[in-house]
Ligand binder design. Structure first.
Ligand SMILES: O=C(O)C(=O)C[C@]1(C(=O)O)C=C[C@@H](O)C=C1
Length: 326
């Protein structure tokens, strides 16, 4: 059973507490349900990802479920930036949710009458082409989530928009009429969500893992990005995502948000992190966790744990005797 509570400080409950991007009916809630299943939990729908993550930092939630990356629109900046600054948080799991959108409105609205559509900016970006091809002169009214657009429309209060883009489930939950389905430019769009906790226990390595990091480069140093990337390449660590984020204090200063294949327990990942620590002024480890798609990395020759250990043992033997077996 799941209880929705608005004031977590008053609950005093021992059930696991989950903060997530709400309200009910968001894609984030679908990701949350992958985690909780039928478990007895408390959940706190938040109006933005920063609030959900801050609840974990403040100890008013045990976990947050937030979007981190969309296959069409890319990284979710608010999530990346909040995870990479402030008190450390740890990603302990990732969840994938296929995203499909419907255009919905209050019963009686005609498709040709729609002028303003509200939804989350990521959802708008995924439906822009369809809207352009099928509706004339329509503008976007940003919402904090797809479900909040639907909820506002259904609230009966006057709104500055006449339709919402959200999941079909959300449209049904809020009693809205579906004007068009399959409203997405890419039918295979997927959003990746993460389960975030305070640092404590690292999830066990599974052989199909991902490690999330943030690194700063030294200022004004030619080749600094190349040197940072070499730390992964020479240890055979593949990157599944790398994007730059402005540091914010002046123009031209960027940090890099990175997902690397492998777990902190893997020798090649440890070696890459040791290298990264030497060449980058700031490196933040944000978690090693199982890949949702279960895909195992294709290891290059010489990059297995056994290869790294054998190499280290060889050097150690040289230190002891001055000669070691090759
Ligand atoms: O608005 C929602 O329903 C969300 O869960 C947020 C979000 C996002 O941040 O990308 C999640 C999936 C979709 O790509 C659109 C919006």
């Amino acid at each position: 059973m799941t209880t929705h509570t608005t004031d977590p400080s008053r609950t005093g409950s021992r059930r696991p507490r989950y903060a997530y991007l709400g309200p009910e009916g968001t894609f984030t809630e679908s990701a949350l349900l992958q985690v909780t299943g039928g478990e007895d939990t408390e959940s706190f729908p938040c109006s933005d990802v920063v609030t959900a993550l801050e609840m974990v930092r403040a100890g008013t939630a045990d976990y947050a479920v937030v979007p981190i990356e969309n296959s069409v629109e890319g990284g979710v900046n608010a999530t990346l930036d909040t995870l990479s600054t402030g008190e450390p948080l740890l990603i302990v799991r990732e969840m994938l949710v296929p995203v499909a959108f419907v255009l919905c409105a209050l019963p009686g609205t005609r498709l040709e009458d729609v002028r303003q559509i509200s939804t989350h900016p990521h959802a708008w970006a995924q439906c822009r082409g369809w809207i352009g091809r099928n509706l004339d002169g329509v503008t976007h009214v940003p919402a904090t989530s797809t479900a909040s657009a639907a909820a506002l429309l259904a609230s009966g209060e006057p709104q500055s928009f006449d339709a919402a883009l959200c999941s079909e489930l959300s449209a049904r939950e809020y009693g809205l009429e579906v004007l068009a389905s399959g409203v997405a430019d890419n039918p295979n769009a997927v959003t990746r969500f993460v389960l975030v906790a305070t640092p404590g226990h690292l999830p066990e390595p599974t052989g199909a893992d991902k490690t999330t990091l943030m690194a700063h480069l030294p200022d004004n140093e030619a080749g600094a990005l190349l040197r940072m990337l070499e730390q992964f390449a020479t240890r055979g660590v593949n990157l599944s995502r790398i994007e730059s984020r402005p540091i914010g204090d002046s123009l031209g200063r960027y940090s890099f948000s990175i997902d690397a294949e492998g777990h902190l327990a893997d020798e090649r990942v440890q070696a890459a992190l040791v290298g990264l620590h030497r060449v980058c002024p700031i490196v933040r480890f944000m978690g090693s966790y199982p890949r949702a798609d279960g895909v195992r990395p294709r290891l290059l020759p010489g990059t297995t744990d056994a290869d790294f250990r054998a190499a280290r043992d060889w050097v150690t033997s040289l230190l002891g005797s001055g000669s070691g077996s090759e």
